[in-house]
Design a protein around this ligand. Structure first.
Ligand code: HEM
Length: 368
C-alpha cells in the first residue's frame, strides 16, 4: 500500500471490484441478477468477518481469570456492534428478495453443490458463540461441519474453510467464558470458596422461589376469578411450572459440584439487583448477549422466509430439505440459561432483600 494512499488504494477497490466474476469463463456474460446474488452474499461474508473479530475480542475480555469491572463496558461495546450487524444482515434479505423466483432459476443449477450451508464463517460464528453441536437438527443431508470438511479436501479454499473451523472448535467459546465469569459472581456478598458460599447461594435461591410461589398463587387466583382458566387446570399448571422452575434453579439432576446452580443463581441475582452500581454493567452485558442471540434467531427466520418466497419448498442446492430444515434451525439457543432465567424473574417489589450490599458499592441498610 502506498504511504499516502488514495481512497481506492486504502480500500483495495481495484481488487475488491474484480471479485464478482461468477464461474470461470462466464465473467463477461454474468447476468445482472447473478451479479446481484454474488454481491449480496459477499457483503454478508464481510459482515461475518467483522462479527467474528468483535466476538473474539469480547470473549478474550471475559476469559480473563478475573474480569476487571472496567472491562465489562468494552465487552458490551463489542457485542452491541455485533447485534447491530446481525440485525442489518437480517434486513438485507429484503434486497435478496428483489430476485424473482424465475430469474433465480435462470442460473440456480450452475451453483450446485454450492450453498450457504458451506458458509464456514457462519459455522465459525456458531462455534465461537458456543452452539452445542448436539442441538444441530437433521438437515436430511448430513452434518454441515463434516460436509465442509469433505468438500474442502484438496483445494486452497477448502483448506482455508477447514482451518477456520478447526480454530473455532479449538478455542474457548463466548458462552463458556461468560459462564466462568457468572460462576464467580458474588451472591449476597459471598463468592465461590467462601466458607458458607453453598448455604448463601441455596438461601438466595430458596427465598426467591418462595416469593415466586406467593406471586404465582396471586396470579393463579386472578386468572381463575377472571374466568380465564378453570380452577383445577390452573392449579395443575401453576404447581407444575413452579416445581419446574425450582428444579431448574436448584439445577436438580446436574452433577457438577454446584457450578450450574451457582451460575444460574448469579444470572437471577444480577437481573434482580441491577440498580446496584457494581451490577449495572453486568446486567447490560446479559441483556446485550440476549439481544445478539435474538438477532441471530431473527436472521435465521428471515432467511427461511426469503428462501420460501424465492424457491418455495424445493430441495436446497446444498442438498438439504430446504425451508423445512431452515425453520428447524430457528429453535437453536446458545445462551439457554439466560433465556430460561427469564421465566423465573420477579418484579422488584417481590425480590427478597439484599444482603452484603456494600460488596456492590451500595450503602443500603442490610436486612435485619
Ligand atoms: C436466493 C437466495 C437464497 C436462497 C434460495 C437460499 C437457500 C438456502 C437453502 C435452501 C439452504 C439450506 C441448505 C441447502 O440445502 O442449500 C440455505 C442455507 C444457508 N444460507 Fe441461504 N439462500 C439464499 C441466500 C442466502 C444469503 C444471501 C445468505 C447470506 C449469507 C445465506 C446464508 C445461508 C446460510 C448461513 C445457510 C446455512 C443455514 C444453516 O445450516 O444453519 N443464504 N440457503
Amino acid at each position: 500500500m502506498p504511504s499516502n494512499p488514495t481512497y481506492w488504494d486504502y480500500l483495495h477497490l481495484p481488487e475488491l471490484l474484480d471479485l464478482q466474476g461468477g464461474l470461470e469463463g462466464d465473467e463477461d456474460q454474468l447476468l445482472t441478477d447473478e451479479l446481484h446474488f454474488i454481491v449480496v452474499h459477499q457483503v454478508f461474508e464481510l459482515w461475518f468477518k467483522l462479527v467474528l473479530r468483535e466476538l473474539r475480542l469480547a470473549r478474550d475480555h471475559m476469559a480473563a481469570p478475573e474480569v476487571p469491572e472496567e472491562h465489562v463496558p468494552h465487552v458490551v461495546h463489542h457485542l452491541r456492534r455485533v447485534a447491530q450487524i446481525v440485525h442489518l444482515c437480517a434486513s438485507q434479505f429484503a434486497i435478496m428478495e428483489t430476485l424473482t423466483p424465475q430469474d433465480f432459476l435462470a442460473f440456480r443449477d450452475k451453483l450446485i453443490p454450492s450453498s450457504g450451508f458451506q458458509s464456514f464463517q457462519m459455522r465459525e460464528l456458531e462455534a465461537v458463540l458456543g452452539l452445542d453441536p448436539a442441538q444441530r437438527v437433521d438437515s436430511g443431508f448430513g452434518d454441515p461441519m463434516a460436509a465442509i470438511r469433505k468438500l474442502g479436501e484438496g483445494s486452497p479454499g477448502g483448506a482455508l474453510a477447514v482451518a477456520h473451523l478447526d480454530r473455532a472448535n479449538a478455542e474457548q467459546s463466548v458462552r463458556a467464558a461468560v459462564h466462568d465469569w457468572l460462576y464467580r459472581t458474588p451472591i449476597h456478598g459471598s463468592s465461590p470458596g467462601d466458607p458458607d458460599d453453598d448455604a448463601v447461594v441455596a438461601g438466595f435461591v430458596e427465598a426467591y422461589m418462595d416469593s415466586a410461589a406467593v406471586r404465582a398463587e396471586a396470579t393463579r387466583a386472578r386468572l381463575v376469578d377472571a374466568g380465564v382458566m378453570e380452577a383445577e387446570a390452573a392449579e395443575r399448571k401453576f404447581a407444575s411450572s413452579l416445581a419446574q422452575n425450582r428444579a431448574f434453579m436448584r439445577a436438580e439432576g446436574v452433577e457438577d459440584g454446584g457450578r450450574t446452580r451457582r451460575l444460574r443463581a448469579a444470572i437471577l441475582f444480577i437481573e434482580s439487583y441491577r440498580e446496584l452500581p457494581l451490577l449495572a454493567w453486568p446486567r447490560a452485558l446479559l441483556d446485550i448477549i440476549v439481544e445478539v442471540e435474538e438477532a441471530l434467531v431473527l436472521f435465521r427466520s428471515r432467511h427461511a422466509r426469503m428462501v420460501e418466497r424465492i424457491i418455495g419448498r424445493r430441495v436446497g442446492t446444498g442438498g438439504s430439505a430446504g425451508v423445512d430444515y431452515l425453520d428447524k434451525t430457528t429453535k437453536y439457543r446458545i445462551f439457554t440459561e439466560l433465556w430460561a432465567v427469564r421465566t423465573v424473574l420477579l418484579p422488584r417489589s417481590a425480590v427478597p432483600p439484599l444482603e452484603g450490599g456494600s460488596t456492590y458499592g451500595f450503602a443500603q441498610p442490610e436486612a435485619p
